[in-house]
Design a binder for this molecule. Structure first.
Ligand code: ATP
Ligand code: MG
Length: 400
């Protein structure tokens, strides 16, 4: 079977399907659809597309000059399940038949097993099965050598009769699903140079969170490529909120590690102290940034600081809720997702933390940790670190 790009005469529009929003009550659904429409518009405007929009029941239609480009941009918008480039015609069986034959002629070369799937919003005229047969037999007659196969077709063509007209298409481009970006409020994501935290950010974005990032820059205590790799993670994640500004705060954390060394804090407690300091900083910044939760890529049992005992002591550093979407993931599952969403950085440079001890504590006690923090003068350290932050904005895969 050969598939070729075809020329269409009827107007082509992009049809957007949203998934879970259907389950909401009407007022909530309309609120979410409003946010979704705003996100779609923003993504398209940022890429220079001027489009018109319709949102009849259950779908969004986008009309613009380059449907392929529009569909590619929209397929990165959270809340959308898939998109199709459709030929729009009158909703009569004859108009649907002609458009379907024209599309099939441009795409299909026999021998090929094909199926027509029909759907109708209104209940008048032919039923769906009759409509499918009517259109299918017209294609069968127009292109000799085809065979109909409804259970295992090589090519599927869809016809839909909707209140807003007839639609013909043959592909569903998958989109990430989830909820519209921003519909669940804001979270502050602790973003490192690693593989996990960008995936955690993506998962929170997918569930409708507007994410801002915080990177704790360890200076000479961090590997030479850590800061740039964290910024690269941030840049790549901005491709998942197209058109929106993704903010990152970078905090100079060198004084914290210097002070731990200077005051001879027990090395085995460093990792837990370090993560508690990160949460403290994030917790303070949440207030400033209007974020309601902190997000991390922490994962049960991945490293010494991520035992259940240590996670409890770490969480206790801040009253702000800590979201850990990867808590139960295997590393291999995280890596697979990181590759799929294109946050996986192939070239891993010098990312080793210079402060990690040889034998980190796996069950630090709250008492021991708090004593160290008193010795460190943790509140004053926090003020110092938070007074030296800078902002990095990314949009559409570019650092601004
Ligand atoms: P990742 O877990 O993202 O792959 P990692 O392995 O370097 O990075 P861990 O020691 O596993 O980091 O840290 C657990 C979590 O703490 C990270 O997922 C991230 O959310 C946060 N984190 C670690 N280092 C930093 C940093 N320098 N700045 C901001 N957040 C950090
Ligand atoms: Mg990790």
């Amino acid at each position: 079977m050969m598939i070729m790009a075809g020329r269409q005469q009827n107007p082509r529009i992009v049809m957007v399907r949203y998934g879970e929003l259907f389950l909401k009550s009407d007022p909530v659904k309309y609120h979410f659809i409003g946010i979704l429409l705003r996100n779609i518009r923003r993504a398209l405007e940022a890429a220079g597309h001027s489009c018109t929009f319709e949102s009849p029941r259950g779908r969004i239609f986008v009309a613009g000059k380059k449907p392929e480009e529009i569909a590619a941009i929209i397929s990165r918008v959270f809340g959308i399940v898939d998109v199709s480039i459709c030929t729009r015609v009158d909703s009569t069986p004859e108009a649907l038949r002609d458009a379907a034959v024209s599309l099939a002629l441009s795409r299909l070369h026999p021998p090929c097993r094909f199926a027509v799937r029909a759907k109708r919003q209104s209940k008048t005229g032919m039923n769906s099965q009759q409509l499918g047969e009517y259109v299918g037999s017209a294609i069968y007659d127009a292109i000799p050598g085809l065979s109909v196969d409804l259970s295992d077709p090589e090519y599927e063509l869809f016809v839909e009769v909707r209140d807003c007209g007839g639609l013909v298409y043959d592909a569903r481009i998958p989109a990430p699903g989830g909820l519209p970006w921003g519909s669940q409020g804001k979270v502050l994501g602790l973003l490192s140079s690693g593989i996990d935290s960008p995936v955690a950010s993506w998962l929170a974005m997918k569930r409708g969170c507007e994410v801002s990032h915080l990177h704790m820059d360890g200076g000479r205590w961090a590997g030479g490529d850590v800061r740039e790799t964290a910024i690269e993670n941030h840049r790549r994640l901005s491709l998942w909120c197209p058109g929106a500004d993704l903010q990152m705060i970078i905090a100079d954390t060198e004084p914290f590690y210097d002070r731990m060394q200077e005051l001879r804090i027990p090395a085995r407690l460093r990792c837990v102290l370090c993560k508690r300091f990160m949460l403290r900083a994030a917790g303070s910044l949440c207030g400033r940034e209007g974020a309601r939760a902190i997000l991390t890529g922490e994962n049960l049992g991945q490293v010494a600081s991520q035992t259940l005992a240590n996670l409890a002591v770490i969480s206790d550093a801040t009253p702000v809720p800590v979201l850990r979407p990867l808590i139960t993931y295997d590393k291999a599952e995280t890596v697979t997702l990181a590759r799929k969403i294109e946050t996986f950085v192939e070239k891993q440079g010098d990312l080793a933390c210079r402060a990690v001890p040889r034998m980190p504590a796996t069950a630090a006690t709250s008492l021991a940790v708090k004593e160290c923090e008193t010795t460190l003068g943790i509140d004053e350290l926090l003020d110092t670190v938070l007074s030296r932050v800078r902002y990095v904005t990314a949009r559409n895969g570019k650092i601004l």
